[in-house]
Design a protein around this ligand. Structure first.
Ligand code: UDP
Length: 468
């Protein structure tokens, strides 16, 4: 059988919404420049994430699935078992898939997600050039790079108050502000994945960031002497950037409650506090109570996405649903509590005035491109570092400080809401959020910093293909 002669890229990701969505968004960009894209992930994602693929994501993207080595009914919230199984069995299944795919067509590049580092070794075994799509902030890539590659000596990571004052482009950090996958308190399997990634980085030809150059300029410049790192974002749905494409480009774990858009439309401009802690975090009852009290005392309309992942988690405490009901009763119709919404559409809505967020990187990018001021309430992984970016680098929001018990008090959250909506610095934060929105849109326009990096990548692949 003759092989097809077009430029093909194979993307590989763990079957997680927050990992696959940035890949879908990059796929769209590459397709618009004439590249053919296949995304490969594990079988588990086929029904859980891609059930509505044809209508929601782009049907131009070819999907392939391989077994992760676990039985169909295995509870994959157990990330340790999932990672161990992919490491021991799933990676071989990916290699077999690539062997089969390459019978019909050659691939110019494998683009892997950081949490699937085995794809780097497999691409090398198959003689295919490899790229990494870094799905967190450039700052987080820089910190991990300096740690896992031993570029700097870090202080005692057991002590959250120790200072880290040598990361270019960032203010003095404390250990508690570092991304948690390098901390001893963190589950070991995540640290192991990142160690593997940074050890394999020499086999990667391009590292792409989902951020954009103008957002983290000093940080990106400081990486030039260390590795080839190119921001190509913000990787969000094109409609968020004012582009004509009207469909979202994403997979969703849950059905969104569309009624909240209509609800927002009946609220005054910039009046609504939007609250979401993403798809993974399940809030304790104490945290739910504190947020509810802050919202009640702020006396403004609010839209709250509460504990969407709770039914799949062991962390949910009894009584959380009753608490949500109480909140609604006490705030007398001022608020709407939902399980899931179309967040990109919500953030774009003119009624939204601020975003109380766990600072997941996708949420942070979406707030940047919509110009919505943020109140940073980080929990773990890259979120503490993103929260420093929000308060000190982007300056599009403020950071809510936790108390001794690691919980943000109701008073602190109420103070932060007041600060971004009506405090003396509110105007400055809003102006900065609008400046970031403008910079974010320009980065992906024709000739913008990210657009140039994507075009450069395609040119590199063309040159490589012509000199095999
Ligand atoms: N999201 C959504 N609806 C919701 C809450 C979140 O569509 O009700 C989306 C949000 O737009 C973002 C993603 O879920 O793209 C969350 O990703 P993020 O990196 O912020 O956090 P994670 O869920 O990975 O912790």
């Amino acid at each position: 059988m003759a092989k097809e002669k077009r430029m093909n890229v194979l993307m590989v990701s763990l079957p997680l919404q927050g990992h696959i969505n940035p890949m879908l968004k990059l796929a769209k960009r590459l397709i618009s420049k004439g590249v053919h894209v296949t995304i490969a992930t594990t079988e588990d994602a086929r029904h859980r994430l891609f059930r509505k693929h044809d209508s929601d994501a782009s049907s131009e993207i070819h999907l392939e699935f391989f077994p992760d080595g676990l039985s169909f009914d295995f509870e994959r919230n157990d990330t340790n078992s999932l990672i161990n199984s992919i490491e021991s069995k799933g990676r071989r299944n990916l290699s077999t898939l690539i062997t089969n795919l390459t019978k019909a067509q050659d691939y110019s590049c494998v683009i892997t997600n950081p949490f699937f580092p085995w794809a780097i070794d497999i691409a090398a075994e198959h003689g295919i050039p490899c790229a990494l799509l870094w799905i967190q902030a450039s700052a987080v890539f820089s910190i991990y790079y300096r740690y896992f590659k031993n570029i700097h000596v870090f202080p005692n990571l057991e002590d959250p108050n120790e200072k880290v004052n040598f990361i270019p482009g960032l203010p003095t950090l404390h250990v508690r502000d570092l991304p948690s996958f390098m901390l001893p308190s963190n589950p070991e399997h995540f640290t192991r994945l990142l160690k593997h990634l940074y050890q394999s980085l020499d086999k990667v030809q391009w590292v792409f960031g989902t951020s954009f150059f103008e957002a983290e300029e000093e940080i990106v410049k400081s990486m030039v002497s260390l590795t080839r790192f190119y921001p190509i974002g913000p990787l969000v749905s094109p409609f968020l950037l004012g582009e004509t494409e009207t469909n979202g480009v994403s997979v969703d774990m849950w059905e969104a409650e569309d009624s909240c858009i209509e609800w927002l439309s009946n609220k005054p401009t910039s009046s609504v506090i939007y609250v979401s802690f993403g798809s993974v975090i399940v809030l304790s009852n104490k945290k739910i109570k504190n947020i509810a009290t802050a919202l009640k005392n702020s006396n403004k309309p609010f839209l709250w996405v509460l504990n969407p992942g709770a039914e799949r988690s062991n962390d949910k405490e009894d009584g959380a649903d009753e608490l949500a009901f109480e909140i609604l009763k006490e705030t007398k119709g001022k608020g709407l509590v939902v399980k899931w919404c179309k967040q990109e559409r919500v953030l774009m809505h003119p009624s939204v005035g601020c975003f109380v967020s766990h600072c997941g990187w996708n949420s942070t990018l979406e707030a940047l491109v919509t110009g919505v001021p943020m109140i940073a309430c980080p929990e773990w992984t890259d979120q503490p570092t993103n929260s420093i970016l929000i308060s000190d680098v982007f300056k599009n929001g403020v950071q809510a400080k936790s108390g001794e018990d690691g919980v943000i008090s109701a008073q602190e959250l109420e103070r932060c809401i007041w600060e971004v909506i009506e405090g003396p610095n509110a105007e400055e934060v809003k102006n900065r959020a609008m400046e970031m929105k403008d910079l974010a849109r320009k980065a992906l326009q024709k000739g913008g910093s990210s657009d140039k990096h994507i075009s450069q990548f395609i040119n590199d692949m063309i040159i490589q293909n012509s000199h095999p």
